[in-house]
Design a protein around this ligand. Structure first.
Ligand SMILES: [Zn+2]
Length: 277
């Protein structure tokens, strides 16, 4: 299992336990305050609670429990073992507990990343605990995640799904490195298990084309090992059809040339026959 490459700050809380189910859900909370990722992390050291991630108003992402761990967050054993719990900072207070657009967009980025790395195909918001995008108040009587955020859940699910669909069509090429011999071996094993082609040279790996899921997994490993990893090429579906058109055009030209050559050969054959007579 991996963690998000979007993380800027880490302060692991003791209020977590090893996860017993695979990750299939996301639960969103609000901090009920304008907390920074540091202040939120401090709170999770003392209060009997934690989340996997938090987002603050500077658009920084904090990690308080690794994804391998169930964070004690939604007061529901089953949900916490299946969900990544995310705390989001407010930029307003009661009664609406407003959250800024910028923070909501960062939240979408994080949800897209979580879905890609954990093979969650899409977020299904049902307005209750049966969906895979859930709210704290579905499990316990609480104001969390606040009236404003509650109203944004259909948008969050739609936006995450739109991004997942769009990024699913894209193909990527990455360069990983510089990395030590040991780390190179780790990446080679990972790329082989993912079925991604690669070339290694002097501590750098250039990958062949990867899907969004494969890219997310590789980036997460690079973050874990503190190895640089950059996207050097994004291939859009339009590009693919452009390449295909070029290939088809070249093929047609070759066919035409072949026809001309055949005609030429036929003429020569006739000439030869004439001469033989
Ligand atoms: Zn909550």
């Amino acid at each position: 299992m991996s963690n998000s490459p979007l993380v800027d700050y880490i302060r692991i809380s003791p209020h977590k336990s090893p996860r017993v189910y695979p990750i299939t859900k996301i639960t969103i909370h609000h901090m009920a305050g304008r907390l920074t990722v540091e202040q939120c992390g401090e709170l999770f050291q003392t209060r009997q609670a934690a989340s996997n991630y938090g987002i603050d108003n500077s658009l920084r992402v904090g990690m308080y429990a690794e994804e391998d761990y169930r964070a004690w967050c939604s007061a529901d054993y089953d949900n916490d073992h299946r969900a990544i719990n995310i705390e989001v900072a407010n930029d307003g207070g009661e009664p609406d507990w407003h959250v800024s657009d910028a923070v909501l967009h960062k939240l979408v980025d994080l949800c897209v990343d979580i879905c890609q790395r954990n093979n969650i195909p899409r977020l299904n918001f049902t307005g209750d605990a049966t969906g895979n995008l859930t709210q704290h108040n579905y499990f316990v009587a609480t104001a969390c995640p606040g009236n404003y955020m509650k109203s944004k859940f259909p948008w969050i699910a739609a936006e995450v799904n739109r991004r997942l669909e769009e990024e699913d069509k894209m193909l990527y090429k990455l360069i990983i490195g510089f990395a030590s011999k040991g780390d190179i071996k780790t990446f080679e094993r990972l790329l082989e298990s993912l079925g991604v082609e690669y070339q290694e040279e002097n501590g750098y790996i250039s990958t062949g084309v990867c899907t969004a899921n494969q890219k997310a997994t590789i980036e997460a490993k690079a973050t874990d090992l503190i190895v640089p990893c950059v996207v050097v090429e994004v291939i859009e579906p339009e590009d693919n059809s452009e390449i295909l058109n070029q290939v088809l055009k070249a093929l047609k030209e070759t066919q035409e040339e072949l026809e001309n050559l055949k005609k030429q050969v036929a003429i020569y054959a006739e000439d030869l026959a004439e001469l033989a007579r």
